[in-house]
Design a protein around this ligand. Structure first.
Ligand code: SF4
Ligand code: SF4
Length: 293
């Protein structure tokens, strides 16, 4: 049986920000219902252990986040949350009390992506306070993301656009060095016990309007990851934010059948032969990360 290393469940597609690099979804705004979440976990149980509450949307906005984390624990899953961090102080106590919570990724670049956010000091203060408490009281892993850099590190060094944030991190975590505002490695740097900083290039969501190439290459979609959107649509990866590669819907068909469908098999076998079968995949920069030959 195929085991997915990462299973994305979009518990909501509603967000409290509008980052410049994040295409607005054309899908109806929704919050996942508890019953649907139960159903999904029961169906994916043989295939996954690690859940990621994210495709689009801000998971900390979900009014029943508490229950989602408890249900995950009861059913034996570990949860990773990716958040823009703006609501972290509001849900801090809830998060710190959940044994299912394994990791939180905080997208610090979301501040930069919103021109009308103008309290960077307060934003960072809340995040730092959360990190300190989480490290003291729990084993949660925290990964800070700055995915807003250019491909050319010379330009990044000149721009030094994240300096304010980097200085806060250096001071708050007593780093004996200055963090460079560049992309060095995809693995990121360790700032302390269970605390990491991941610097990367600005991310482009794949879309049918992007340029297409001949489609040679590989991707882990449907191989080590799969995703379910808030309306139950199954997609192969966390990058198909519009549900273009709609493999089926768990409200109509069992997950086990959906991943054995002809469309799913064609995508999977295509990548086995280094060929992107789906149009979206031929327009996806993520595939190029694994080489196009
Ligand atoms: S990137 Fe994340 S935080 Fe920014 S608008 Fe999109 S979903 Fe919201
Ligand atoms: S190539 Fe891109 S769109 Fe296709 S499955 Fe992989 S990540 Fe998703």
């Amino acid at each position: 049986m195929r085991k997915f290393k990462k299973f994305y469940i979009e518990i909501t597609n509603v967000c409290n920000l509008a980052c410049s690099f994040c295409p607005v979804t054309g899908r109806e705004a929704e919050f996942m219902k508890i019953d649907d979440f139960h159903k999904i976990l029961d169906q994916i149980k043989p295939y996954a252990e690690f859940l990621y509450f994210h495709v689009k949307g801000e998971p900390l906005l979900h009014p029943e986040l508490d229950k989602f984390l408890d249900i995950s624990y009861q059913k034996g899953f570990k949860v990773n949350i990716t958040t823009n961090g703006t609501l972290i102080s509001k849900v801090k106590d809830l998060l710190l009390d959940k044994p299912s919570l394994r990791q939180i990724n905080i997208s610090l670049h979301s501040f930069d992506g919103n021109q009308n956010m103008n309290h960077k000091a307060a934003y960072m203060e809340n995040i730092i306070s959360f990190i300190k408490e989480a490290r003291k009281k729990t084993n949660i892993i925290i990964s800070l993301r700055l995915w807003n850099l250019e491909r050319d590190n010379q330009i990044n060094l000149t721009n030094n656009k994240n300096r304010e944030i980097l200085t806060v991190l250096e001071q708050e975590f007593n780093l004996p060095y200055q963090i460079q505002d560049v992309v060095i490695s995809a693995r990121g740097i360790k700032l302390g016990e269970r605390l990491y900083l991941n610097q990367d290039h600005e991310f482009t969501w794949p879309g049918l309007g992007e340029p297409e190439d001949e489609g040679i290459g590989f991707c882990h979609g449907l191989r080590n990851q799969a995703a379910i959107l808030v309306d139950g649509t199954v997609i192969p990866c966390c990058l198909d934010g519009e549900g273009i590669i709609e493999l089926g819907n768990i409200h109509e068909t069992e997950f086990s059948k959906i991943i054995e469908s002809n469309r799913a098999a064609a995508l999977y076998n295509g990548f086995t032969n280094r060929q992107a079968v789906e149009e979206l995949c031929r327009k996806c920069g993520y595939r190029k990360k694994f080489g196009t030959r």
